[in-house]
Design a protein around this ligand. Sequence first.
Ligand code: SF4
Length: 389
Amino acid sequence: MFAGADEYDVDVTVDERAVERLLSVRPADVDAADRLTFARNVFIPLTTACRYTCTYCTYYDVPGEASLLSPEEVREQCRVGADAGCTEALFTFGDDPDERYTAIHETLTEWGFDSVHEYLYRACEIALEEGLLPHSNPGDLTEAQFADLREVNASMGVMLETTADVDAHSGGRRKTPGQRLNTIRAAGRQGVPFTTGILVGIGEGWRDRAESLLAIRDLHERHGHVQEVIVQNVVPNERSDFPKPDRDTMRRVVAMARAALPPEVSVQVPPNLSPAAELVDCGIDDLGGVSPVTDDYINPAYEWPDLRGLEAVADAGGVPLRERLPTYARYLPDDLRPAGVGPAPSPDPADREAWIPAAVRERIAADDVHGRRLRAVARGDGPLAVRSD
Ligand code: SF4
């Protein structure tokens, strides 16, 4: 049980024998996937304000320097993304900006929003208007906040990173494992298709990695909402010198993730940070959100590969590449799932399509160029292109 380190008592139990079993897993013990998927997104850093100061992070800006995109800027970025064939508006910010960010709060008030989450709701509406499906990563949320924001999101996410208390999260303002687990649980209780993951190389050990993966599995087994688990390695940057974990470390931890998680939960590595081609045989089946139009603002020094680069990863593993929506196929309504993909058990027995909110269903069903693009990607017959050989 992860409890006591903070005010969040999350009754996640990790069985010691399961940890031992997972620690013995090696790449040869898992099967490779029969395909790799990715989503085409436009990355929208709504604000760089964050109440925390994780030592490996270059995303946040200190009070006085943090940015906040205006509604017009959000709309413009969404238009650029939709024109480039994206399906996903990936909204990122750090964690709820605290009272130190007076300029951010004053601007939000001027624009008529009481909180950054209220503003995020409006930004998601703008994305839907412009033909994209919002996927928001707004840090830790309560169940009430998920209940609001789920209305305008196709899926959401937060990285667990690790269940260990590591120095990288130290300081007066620090995020805690209990908080993150509480957020993942709250998403499950609200029926939100959810992305989470672990961060490798921030001071955690092998046992911590195993426990983190098993904690995610435990929460997924209760709520059925975890669609993918990212296995992300830390990279050196201007704020920290954590060494990048080596290839063999990544091969072993990816294999552990594949062994720990049920088959319906995808294992993803970010192809701009990890040696993805050398991890396909360890069980990855997804390359995440990749943008043809924006940088990875979380790791700006590491460029995303283009579609040819993704094809090269798939070729290295001898598997086909497929495009997907930000929401995985099993959460989609019956008429949008590709053949052979069954539905995830609905969080609401009275509504078979409860995973996807009405506003998102309407966006996908719209009789316009965007609706047609979203439906084609959902069903697996477009718009992935390039391949000319
Ligand atoms: S990693 Fe996330 S929570 Fe930590 S400082 Fe960066 S944006 Fe904030």
